[in-house]
Design a protein around this ligand. Structure first.
Ligand code: 5GP
Ligand code: MN
Length: 354
């Protein structure tokens, strides 16, 4: 059996909050990923099943490779539909903030949310939550994903029976994408108990995997080949690597939103690699988007906070730099230099004997 997430007292408080709400807005972080979308869509299905009028608003669009997700076409993207999204927030009496830990992750949509008088609920798995952001904060950094959290909440609230195949598919997608297809942050045995429960809803997990990970355009795979072949630089000792992507290159390879998703994980396939950094010129603002990925105990989140105006998880973090790419590269080089001791292999690692 799945262990309950909330104490009876907290469950009751959540139950009351939901009971007292009539119109709900669910939102996720800027650049919504599979987990932001999956948890929002799964939670929306549950709220509608208990009679709540529910609208999902994301600050800007999700990548094309998530458009197949059931219910995606009804999601309002604030950057495209400002008026409608603002109206939805103004009409709401409850705002559910999923998969982010501070209103700043909503960017300009954050102002609309902070102006609203609606009550707020946070459901998230990022470290260091800003608990002043909501009256109830369900924050569990030890969870694989917000989608896993949403599943546990629905289960505990008694909503599992009413969950449909579509709702289950959305939750599975979020759990799968935030763990790189269950290859990191996914050692908790209960994750597989949840997956087996989701499979009873007849989801096709193999198809979901293909929809997300094997859904490249021809341009995207050639662009990836170019970046790995021509742009990837290894630091001495092959413990860290960096690659950059410019706007000019994106234009040349007909980049669409989300095309570079996941590339930052690839250098970690090199033996002994501990840290991978990607620097990409943003297509909307004059900033460089930074993504960090690591293995074992190398703290990407600390590096992101210290050098890249960001944060995140131990092994996956991000941020942005408000200056040109060449300068961003120098910042990244300084970050690697500052963390060089932590880039050494962990001591006590057994050395294979011949
Ligand atoms: P990605 O590299 O996929 O953009 O982000 C990986 C993780 O880093 C995200 O799940 C999120 O936790 C964190 N992250 C990315 N960008 C930012 C940022 O600008 N600020 C903060 N605080 N965290 C970020
Ligand atoms: Mn997440």
């Amino acid at each position: 059996m799945l262990k309950p997430l909330l104490s009876d007292k907290d469950l009751f408080a959540l139950f009351r909050l939901l009971q007292e709400a009539r119109r709900v807005v669910i939102c996720g972080h800027r650049g919504p990923d599979g987990d932001a979308m999956g948890s929002a869509l799964g939670w929306a299905e549950y709220l509608r099943s208990i009679g709540k009028h529910t609208t999902i608003v994301m600050p800007n669009p999700c990548p094309d490779f998530l458009r197949w997700m059931p219910g995606c076409k009804d999601v309002l993207f604030f950057s495209d539909r400002r008026e409608q999204a603002t109206q939805a927030v103004e009409a709401a009496d409850l705002i559910c903030c999923l998969d982010f830990n501070a209103l700043s992750r909503l960017q300009d949509f954050g102002e609309v949310v902070s102006r609203s008088k609606a009550r707020r609920l946070m459901i998230d798995h990022h470290l260091d939550p800003d608990t002043s952001m909501a009256e109830i904060c369900i924050s569990h950094p030890e969870m694989s994903s917000t989608s896993e959290l949403v599943f546990r909440l629905i289960h505990q609230l008694g909503g599992f029976d009413a969950m449909t195949r579509s709702g289950a598919a959305c939750i599975y997608t979020g759990m799968m994408t935030d763990t790189g297809g269950f290859t990191y942050a996914s050692n908790s045995p209960e994750i597989y108990l949840i997956i087996s429960l989701l499979l009873t809803k007849n989801i096709d997990k193999d198809k979901i995997y293909r929809n997300v990970f094997n859904n490249y355009s021809a341009n995207r795979i050639r662009f990836m080949g170019y970046v790995l072949g021509e742009k990837l630089q290894f630091f001495p000792g092959n413990r860290a690597s960096i690659f950059t992507i410019t706007r000019e290159e994106m234009k040349r390879f007909r980049y669409i939103r989300g095309d570079a998703e996941g590339w930052v994980n690839m250098p970690l396939q090199v033996r002994g690699m501990r840290l991978s950094i990607s620097l990409r010129e943003d297509t909307e603002k004059d900033v460089v988007r930074v993504s960090l990925r690591s293995v074992d105990d190398f703290p990407c989140n600390r590096m992101a906070e210290e050098f890249f105006n960001g944060g995140g998880h131990l092994n996956a973090a991000g941020g942005e730099l408000p200056f040109p790419l060449e300068e961003a590269v120098r910042t990244a080089e300084r970050a690697v230099e500052a963390y060089k001791d932590l880039l050494e292999p962990p001591t006590g690692t057994p050395v294979a004997k011949k």
